[in-house]
Design a binder for this molecule. Structure first.
Ligand SMILES: NC(=O)c1ccc[n+]([C@@H]2O[C@H](COP(=O)([O-])OP(=O)(O)OC[C@H]3O[C@@H](n4cnc5c(N)ncnc54)[C@H](OP(=O)(O)O)[C@@H]3O)[C@@H](O)[C@H]2O)c1
Length: 176
């Protein structure tokens, strides 16, 4: 739902636009890439090389969906079209979470003075978002990247792998 909201609703991606997804191999990013492709965009998937072969830069992006964060605004603006949109989805969070919030507020203020749109949001799960996802799954344009299938006893190991950043997609847990 976060990916759908980031790409379709906040990023307002249109067919033919160039979209950059930073953090493309992760839980949100792997869906964001597929959703942007389904909307007819030309997508640059950007992630660490252990999960991606290479990122092919296609030109300045119309929409930059940032799942990783930690990039300087100057860098972000450097890869965006003049009328482009930057969508902040996630980023490094310190112990109090204050640094993250201050960073988002700073971007909001900065956004008042630059031509690009700098947006951030927090997903509220909803029926319309789920229905939007279901439509893409039914159409065969969206599928889950499944890293492993396991039972309930293996959940601690799965969570440890996700925290360590070694998981390469979603884990499916069979219950009962
Ligand atoms: N706004 C919202 O409503 C909302 C909702 C859900 C999640 N989030 C946020 O979204 C973020 C990601 O969630 P997720 O579930 O997708 O996490 P995830 O599955 O762990 O994926 C993280 C992604 O970031 C990449 N990455 C990490 N460090 C990087 C670096 N230094 N340089 C380049 N790429 C890097 C990872 O690449 P590798 O695969 O190579 O490690 C991976 O593609 C979190 O901060 C989460 O809090 C926000």
């Amino acid at each position: 739902m976060t990916a759908l909201e980031a790409v379709r609703d906040v990023g307002r991606v249109q067919a033919g636009q160039r979209v950059l997804v930073h953090g493309a191999s992760g839980g949100v990013g792997s869906y964001a890439v597929q959703i942007a492709v389904a909307l007819g965009a030309e997508v640059t998937a950007f992630c660490r090389t252990r999960h991606c072969e290479a990122a092919r830069v296609l030109g300045a992006a119309h929409v930059f969906v940032d799942i990783v964060g930690g990039r300087r605004l100057k860098e972000i603006r450097g890869v965006l079209e003049r009328d482009g949109t930057y969508v902040a989805v996630g980023g490094p969070v310190d112990r109090t979470g204050l640094g993250f919030i201050v960073g988002l507020l700073a971007r909001t203020v900065y956004g008042w003075f630059v031509p690009q749109r700098l947006a951030w949001f927090v997903t509220t799960p909803s029926r319309p978002l789920l229905e939007g996802l279901a439509e893409l799954v039914d159409a065969g344009t969206l599928s889950a990247v499944i890293d492993r299938r396991c039972d309930l006893a293996e959940v601690p190991a799965v969570l440890a792998a996700q925290e360590a950043g070694t998981a390469g997609g979603k884990a499916v847990i069979s219950v009962g």
